[in-house]
Design a protein around this ligand. Structure first.
Ligand SMILES: C[S@@+](CC[C@H](N)C(=O)[O-])C[C@H]1O[C@@H](n2cnc3c(N)ncnc32)[C@H](O)[C@@H]1O
Length: 219
């Protein structure tokens, strides 16, 4: 069955337009990206327009308790922290000590030490021990793709009803609908399916950056 579509493809001109007008990136974040590149980090942080979307979402929800799985240089954590109220907190977990240390320094320079905690741990183990004092409003999953399903299962019980789980790379670098047998692509397909069919979630896929799968907890 053909599905009617009026979707506009994101051409390079349209992407430039979106990034020019709807980006969360300021001079500090642009400098941070450059420093992370200079430090040899892979260029796998979210796109600036994804940052703007995350900030709008967090503000709409009045989010105060955020968990991020996958910190890298702290780029997305800083973006999200900026959209939280003074009493808001984000805990971001990163297994690589060098990256965690880099992110902590970035958070300090951003003046966000009171809002962002960078945990250095393997999220697959650490999440089993996490007992947040308040239910989570928002979880951003952006670490190893093979473990996305585990992250969903471990974090969903910690999320309040009406809270959101968001998985990055929902389009699997453009391969989500291809016949690629790459293990990361397969894992993302399985995660998307798990989210889409989860009885406690209502989901949508936002095709910004490499795609963001958003699921709101219903009960
Ligand atoms: C895509 S990057 C995160 C980008 C970041 N969210 C941003 O947009 O600025 C993924 C990060 O997750 C980390 N990671 C991978 N597997 C992990 C695990 N099991 N536990 C914690 N961190 C992990 C990697 O070391 C990497 O730095």
């Amino acid at each position: 069955m053909a599905i009617a579509s009026r979707s506009t493809p994101t051409t390079p001109d349209i992407l430039t337009y979106i990034q020019r007008h709807f980006s969360a990136e300021d001079e500090f974040l642009s400098m941070l990206r450059q420093e992370a590149l200079d430090a040899g980090f892979p260029e796998i942080w979210i796109a600036p327009e994804q940052g703007a979307f995350l900030q709008v979402l967090l503000r709409c929800m009045g989010a105060r308790h955020v968990l991020e799985i996958g910190t890298l240089a702290g780029y997305s954590a800083i973006i999200m922290a900026r959209a939280l109220p003074e009493t808001g907190r984000i805990v971001t977990v990163e297994r690589d000590p060098e990256r965690a240390a880099f992110a902590r320094r970035a958070v300090e320079r951003a003046g966000l030490l009171g809002k962002v905690v960078v945990e250095c741990a393997d999220a697959r183990e650490w999440l089993h021990t996490l007992r947040p004092s308040d239910p989570l409003d928002f979880v951003f999953i952006d670490a190893d793709k093979l473990s996305y399903g585990i992250y969903l299962d471990l974090s969903l019980p910690l999320v309040r009803v009406g809270g959101i789980i968001c998985g990055d790379n929902a389009l699997a670098w453009g391969e989500i609908a291809s016949d690629s047998e790459d293990l990361d692509v397969q894992a993302l397909r399985a995660f998307n399916w798990h989210m889409a069919t989860h009885p406690q979630l209502q989901c949508c896929l936002v095709p910004l950056g490499d795609g963001m799968l958003i699921g709101v907890r219903l009960w």
